[in-house]
Design a protein around this ligand. Structure first.
Ligand code: FDP
Length: 346
């Protein structure tokens, strides 16, 4: 039996020690989120038993059916954060507007955004789902938090992470000092350091995309994806296809094994499907910290300045050379046609 392990608490505190000016607030906030994710993990494990699967009977702001676990996970995270005095405002993929901290609680210097249960269409089939979070330092000078505190480009994130509820529960986070992964040991209820300083391969093995949308992409994107499969003269060594349809699970596999995940714009989703603030930006921060990269096809995700809370973006993320290959293919196509890039096929 191993007698020396690194818990997430110890790891976060060790990292904080490198910054003598740190107050410990961010560390505690990360720990609050880790605790919330353990409660969500426990709820997911019990889901099949306590019959809480299925739609909760109303639609969320994206027009999607809400699953009961989405609602539960959303509540769990908000309840774990609102009373701490560390947060000034929250934003959730499940809520239309920013979520103020209730007046009876104090506010702190951080704005937290989260997708409480991403990939929720997978819940009923027992496939992996996840929680994604993103933390910004507030920019408003006083009072309670406002929209301006959450509408910040991804490069301003102070921390981001995700929790994957799979065959085991894993938490991966970054504060800008590399990306680190922890696995929940259910016997002691602690996240233990299992993947320190993750570095994703420069060239990946996998490509992950919903290819049933192929006919809805523009020609340039079609060419790029064919290239990933090695089907074009300018293409790469063919990659293997893997697509779960759960961003956290698809991203995590590619992060560890190497690969590229794409959710391009298409005729049904002209701005892309995924949300900039809840999905793309936090994943992009982690990808870059693991030496990968993330674009909307051409532009760095972390540089996009959001104009609305639920803004969507195309996303191309993963191994650096693969993401670069797609950008090159899109640029070439644009220069050949002389037209704009990434316009969906009419
Ligand atoms: P879901 O709709 O199940 O919540 O943005 C949500 C998301 O899942 C991502 O997790 C996933 O990568 C993507 O949508 C899957 O979309 P498609 O079903 O259109 O492939």
């Amino acid at each position: 039996m191993q007698t020396s392990v690194t818990t997430i608490e110890r790891f976060i505190l060790d990292q904080e020690d490198r910054y003598p000016e740190a107050t410990g607030e961010l560390s505690n906030l990360l720990y609050d989120i880790a605790l919330a994710s353990k409660i969500i993990a426990a709820a997911i494990r019990r889901a099949g038993l306590v019959n809480i699967l299925g739609g909760a009977g109303h639609r969320n702001v994206q027009g999607e059916d809400q699953q009961k676990l989405d609602v539960l996970a959303n509540e769990i995270i908000q309840n774990s954060l609102k009373h701490t005095g560390r947060v000034c405002v929250m934003g959730s993929e499940e809520d239309d507007d920013i979520i103020p901290v209730p007046p009876e609680y104090g506010v702190g210097k951080y704005a937290v955004l989260f997708d409480p249960l991403d990939g929720s269409s997978n819940i009923d089939v027992n496939a992996a789902v996840g929680t994604i979070f993103s933390i910004y330092r507030r920019v408003s000078m006083e009072g309670r938090g406002r929209s301006v505190d959450v509408l910040q480009p991804g490069c301003k994130q102070v921390a981001a992470g995700y929790v994957m509820y799979g065959s085991s529960t894993m938490l991966v986070y970054t504060t800008g000092q590399g990306a680190h992964g922890f696995t929940l040991d259910p016997t002691i209820g602690e996240f233990l350091l299992s993947h320190p300083q993750i570095v994703t391969p420069r060239v990946g093995t996998y490509y992950s995309v919903n290819e049933s949308n192929f006919g809805r992409w523009d020609k340039a994107m079609q060419h790029a994806v064919r290239g990933l499969k090695g089907d074009t003269p300018d293409g790469m060594k063919p990659k293997n296809s893997r697509y779960i349809g759960s961003l956290v699970a698809d991203f995590h596999r590619n992060l560890i094994a190497g690969g590229i995940f794409l959710y391009p714009a298409d005729t049904r989703n002209p701005q892309g499907k995924l949300r900039l603030l809840y999905e793309a930006s936090p994943m992009a921060f982690i990808a870059e910290q693991a030496e990968g990269s993330a674009t909307d096809g051409l532009n760095r995700i972390l540089d996009i300045v959001p104009h609305s809370l639920h803004q969507r973006t195309p996303l191309v993320i993963g191994s650096r050379e693969d993401v670069g290959f797609v950008a090159d293919a899109l640029r070439h196509a644009a220069s050949r046609s002389g037209g704009p890039i990434s316009q969906p096929v009419p």
